[in-house]
Design a binder for this molecule. Structure first.
Ligand SMILES: CCCCCCCCCCCCCCCCCCCCCC(=O)SCCNC(=O)CCNC(=O)[C@H](O)C(C)(C)COP(=O)(O)OP(=O)(O)OC[C@H]1O[C@@H](n2cnc3c(N)ncnc32)[C@H](O)[C@@H]1OP(=O)(O)O
Ligand SMILES: Cc1cc2nc3c(=O)[nH]c(=O)nc-3n(C[C@H](O)[C@H](O)[C@H](O)COP(=O)(O)OP(=O)(O)OC[C@H]3O[C@@H](n4cnc5c(N)ncnc54)[C@H](O)[C@@H]3O)c2cc1C
Length: 666
């Protein structure tokens, strides 16, 4: 192994806790750490020869072809798990998330949506017979699918989709059409050239009546030749800000016929004669979207742990300027502003990780209840998944960008892997429900809750709204984590309550409800975000407190500091809100700033150890700045030399353009 950079080694030597203990806690047990490492070993060994040319220099077409080559190797691991009879969805979640976040598919995989949406949609919306018909072939990838919902004209407003599926009882088929340009499907991952099947979301017509959107399985390409089937226009939508290894596609349909049993009929059915049988709740058809919103939070944890590893290790290696005249140049990690930029990413990774686990448990519990016909907790799950998807993706995108900026010029290099990572996480702010729209969904739930707060039994995630109203909820502000969480509960309650008042005021002045909602929507989004912050903070606090009972005193101290960092950082970010709603004084804020500075300083000696504990191998991190050995400058130069521009001493454009221009001939 190459020699470790001395500064990095010194950082590791002064760490005050056992790194392996934290890694075990993060993975959820020693056996899970071992399984993950074993999986990564297999993954890296299978794909080690594939990176002759750095991906950033490939053309759009080559990027796609390389991604397919890598993906079939990677997803062989999933096929193997299935063949071995592994059944735990949690295992699949972890495996697929880590495959997608690996260096081999670092700009996305064309096969991602097959696992993330195509299969979950069949499981969620298909009858048992349909699952038996489609799932075995989907699992072993003898068919590959995507989820085609969004159209050129509509993404958010899915009730406005224009694709139609009209039932023809004479042949017992549905006839699919995209009657306008705006009804063309647009965006589905892998639709361009990879998949041969997809789930199409379309307006269902039967007996002359429209029954709203439903899901249908459609074959788009021949299973042998892969040629598009008659009536189907399909292709790639072109280059994007990121995810350029993925062939997001378009799809036009001209009288394409599919058998009746290709409609996913677990919740609603069309009988042979065309009679429509309604679902218990039309929103059950949106189940696959809820599932993906839940797993996206895990995905964010993966990317943020990578970005923080890169930024922290680089900050330990990089020296710039002197803090004191005559002293050696300072490690940039010693600047408090640098700690302020990067430590929040470490704390956020942990906060989102524990919250994602809790959300996963809630999702599974509610799904089980739904299976038994109990729909009571569906609105709460939907509200929770919406706000956590929105806040986790927005925070992750901000943190990754902070990490990139914290690496100065070198963070701008593709070889740092920060630009691609940013491209991936910022996409998540839009896909699977645009963030503002999702926060407004949560706000809708919060407004209803607030309007019934005195009479209704509140569900667990909003119970605090009742308690917060009691007199003396915070007698006197104290700079403690408990008080900050209470402060955020008051802020959330204050924002929800004032949004409702604001809306009611406008309605009493004669405004229509919809207009009053629109006029209040900036406040509503802010209220939903505040509510989500309460959920993340209190979950982080409670779950880490539980974990504290099981870990060594050394690790306990560090975990305590991470919770403090997260809560105090956000208290200072939202200090205006606290001043408006909570009994906090200017002197408390001054003291809180000092507290924050102390936390940064206390975490400083363990910064490198904290990111080492994420245990991300170099082959997966894929960063010149973040590798374990800290050979930053050597790696930057090695990568630069791979630039195709360095393949010849004089580029042909010199003779063609530059020279004539310089000589005044052009
Ligand atoms: C096999 C297992 C293996 C394991 C696999 C493991 C996986 C491994 C993990 C890998 C890592 C991942 C990596 C990712 C990679 C990248 C992939 C990129 C993929 C990107 C895919 C996409 O991008 S795919 C398109 C998504 N496109 C949207 O996301 C549209 C948003 N747009 C809406 O979602 C609706 O349009 C919107 C706004 C709600 C209004 O819908 P609408 O107009 O019908 O509804 P209204 O607003 O009128 O609301 C009416 C009432 O419905 C209630 N409600 C609404 N939704 C509800 C719901 N879902 N559940 C319950 N209730 C719901 C609401 O709360 C109201 O309730 P109430 O009346 O009581 O107040
Ligand atoms: C990388 C990527 C991958 C994707 N993969 C898939 C896929 O596999 N399958 C698929 O079907 N789709 C996919 N999508 C599409 C994605 O789900 C949609 O882009 C997303 O749901 C947002 O819809 P939109 O693009 O129509 O945005 P719009 O809804 O047009 O949003 C534009 C703006 O309008 C605002 N807005 C819209 N409605 C409201 C409202 N009611 N109130 C207030 N503001 C509003 C939004 O906040 C936003 O600021 C993907 C998208 C991306 C970027």
């Amino acid at each position: 192994m190459a020699k470790i950079n001395e500064d990095l080694q010194r950082e590791r030597d002064k760490c005050t806790f056992k790194i392996a203990e934290l890694t075990t806690l993060i993975d959820g047990g020693r056996d899970r750490t071992d399984a993950r490492r074993e999986r990564e070993k297999v993954l890296l060994s299978r794909t080690k020869d594939l990176h002759g040319v750095p991906e950033e220099y490939l053309s759009h077409k080559e990027k796609y072809e390389s991604a397919i080559k890598n993906s079939v190797i990677l997803f062989g691991i999933v096929r193997q798990m299935q063949e071995e009879g592994k059944t735990s969805v949690t295992d699949y979640r972890d495996v697929i998330t880590s495959l997608l976040a690996s260096a081999q598919t670092r700009d996305g995989s064309p096969m991602g949506v097959h696992y993330i949406m195509f299969m979950p949609a069949i499981l969620n919306q298909g009858t048992e017979e349909q699952q038996a018909q489609w799932m075995p072939r989907a699992w072993n990838s003898s068919i590959i699918g995507t989820y085609a919902q969004t159209e050129l004209g509509h993404g958010t407003f899915i009730r406005g989709l224009e694709t139609t599926a009209t039932y023809d009882p004479s042949t017992k088929e549905f006839v699919l059409n995209t009657p306008t340009l705006t009804s063309y499907k647009w965006w589905p991952g892998g639709l361009g050239h990879t998949v041969n099947y997809c789930i199409v979301v379309a307006q269902l017509y039967s007996k002359g009546q429209c029954h709203g959107i439903h899901s249908f399985i459609l074959q788009v390409r021949d299973e042998e030749t892969h040629a598009p089937l008659p009536g189907i226009k399909v292709g790639d939508i072109g280059a994007k800000l990121g995810l350029n290894s993925v062939d997001n596609g378009f799809l036009g349909l001209d009288n394409v016929r599919i058998p009746r049993n290709h409609m996913l009929m677990k919740h609603a059915q069309v009988l042979e004669d065309g009679t429509y049988v309604k679902s218990k709740n039309s929103k059950l058809n949106y189940g696959a979207m809820v599932f993906v919103r839940v797993v996206i939070v895990f995905d964010m944890v993966n990317y943020l742990s990578k970005a923080s590893t890169i930024a922290v290790r680089y900050s330990a290696v990089r020296r710039q300027c002197h803090m004191k005249e005559g002293a050696p140049e300072t490690q940039i990690l010693d600047y408090l502003t640098q700690q302020h930029k990067v430590f929040i990413s470490i704390a956020t990774t942990h906060a989102l990780r524990v919250t994602a686990n809790k959300l996963w448990d809630t999702f599974n519990a509610v799904t089980e209840e739904l299976g038994g016909g109990n729909l009571n907790r569906l609105p709460e799950l939907h509200a929770l998944a919406c706000c956590l998807k929105a806040v986790s993706t927005a925070d992750t995108a901000n943190c990754v960008e902070r990490c990139r900026l914290a690496c100065g010029g070198h963070g701008y290099m593709q070889s740092s892997n920060l630009p691609l990572t940013y491209g991936l996480v910022t996409a998540a702010c839009t896909y699977e429900g645009e963030n503002t729209v999702l926060l407004l969904q949560t706000a809708r739930f919060l407004v209803k809750t607030w309007q019934n707060v005195d009479t209704a039994k509140l569900t667990p995630t909003v119970e605090y709204l009742k308690i917060t109203r009691s007199k003396g909820f915070i007698d006197k502000w104290q700079n403690s984590i408990e008080c900050i969480i209470k402060g955020f509960q008051i802020v959330a309650m204050g924002k929800i309550s004032s949004s409702v008042d604001h809306m009611q005021q406008r309605i009493s002045n004669g405004m229509a409800l919809e207009d009053a909602w629109n006029m209040t929507s900036v406040q509503l989004v802010s209220a939903a975000e505040a509510h989500c912050r309460v959920i993340i903070m209190s979950t982080f606090y409670e779950e880490i407190n539980k974990a504290m009972a099981t870990v060594s005193p050394e690790l306990r101290k560090v975990l305590q500091k991470l919770v403090e960092l997260y809560c105090v950082y956000w208290a200072l970010e939202k200090v205006g809100d606290l001043l408006q709603y909570a009994p906090i004084a200017q002197s408390d804020i001054r003291d809180m700033k000092s507290w924050y500075e102390d936390i940064l300083v206390e975490l400083r000696p363990n910064a490198v150890a904290l990111v080492d504990a994420f245990d991300i191998r170099d082959g997966i991190l894929h960063s010149t700045l973040g590798a374990y050995d800290g050979r930053v400058y050597e790696r930057l130069m090695e990568e630069a030399l791979k630039s195709p521009l360095n393949g010849e001493p004089v580029n042909q454009s010199f003779h063609k353009y530059l020279k004539p221009f310089m000589q005044g001939k052009l």
